[in-house]
Design a protein around this ligand. Structure first.
Ligand code: SF4
Length: 194
């Protein structure tokens, strides 16, 4: 068993922060263990906590539609995770100490999966991984860097559900990802819409 699988087995018993007291399941993340793209959100919501899987509620359905429009699947192209792996009660933002406790797990996952491209979904992922002072409205759609990897910040799908007018901008962000994927990984990548 490699380190990745070992962590997956051990993490359900993690008690490093108080979110362990109210969670139903730890959401380790899922997708291709060697995905060229990692997608990182904020934290599990109600349905994710119930099922132990990332992005399975309304936001996840929308995200899968966006992936499909890009010609990406969770199984082949993507690994999805979150800044914290246990649900903050009432879907509140994760507290700084909760993010700090959980971040080493995510950094290990990034190291082991070794993606070429990281998509950050929303402000919490952006602030937690790149810059605590960054604003998603200002940097979305521009390539950033994290430990030598390309990072594309964009809106969290829940923001797109609350404000559908943002979908146009989000699609522009994902088109940058498609272009970069063709440039770095597969020049023949097929996408019906771009
Ligand atoms: S959120 Fe992360 S650090 Fe906190 S208990 Fe869950 S797995 Fe452990």
């Amino acid at each position: 068993m490699d380190e990745f699988e070992q962590l997956k087995n051990e993490i359900p018993s993690c008690t490093l922060c108080d979110l362990c007291k109210t969670r139903t399941h730890v959401v380790f993340g899922e997708g291709n263990r060697h995905a060229p793209i990692m997608c990182i959100g904020e934290g599990p919501g109600y349905y994710e906590d119930m099922q132990g899987r990332p992005f399975v509620g309304k936001s996840g359905i929308l995200l899968d539609k966006i992936f499909a429009a890009c010609g990406f699947t969770r199984q082949e192209h993507i690994f999805i995770g979150n800044i914290v792996k246990c649900r903050p009660p009432g879907n509140r933002d994760p507290q700084p100490e909760e993010r700090a406790a959980c971040l080493p797990y995510l950094l290990k996952q990034i190291e082991w999966i070794d993606p070429k491209i990281i998509i950050l979904l929303g402000a919490t992922a952006l602030k937690g991984l790149v810059d605590p002072n960054a604003r998603i409205t200002q940097v979305r759609g521009t390539w950033l860097e994290l430990q030598g990897r390309l990072v594309m910040p964009t809106y969290h799908p829940s923001a797109l559900l609350r404000n559908p007018a943002l979908k146009r901008e989000a699609w522009e962000d994902f088109k940058h990802v498609i272009d970069k994927y063709r440039e770095l990984i597969d020049p023949k990548h097929f996408c019906a819409y771009h």
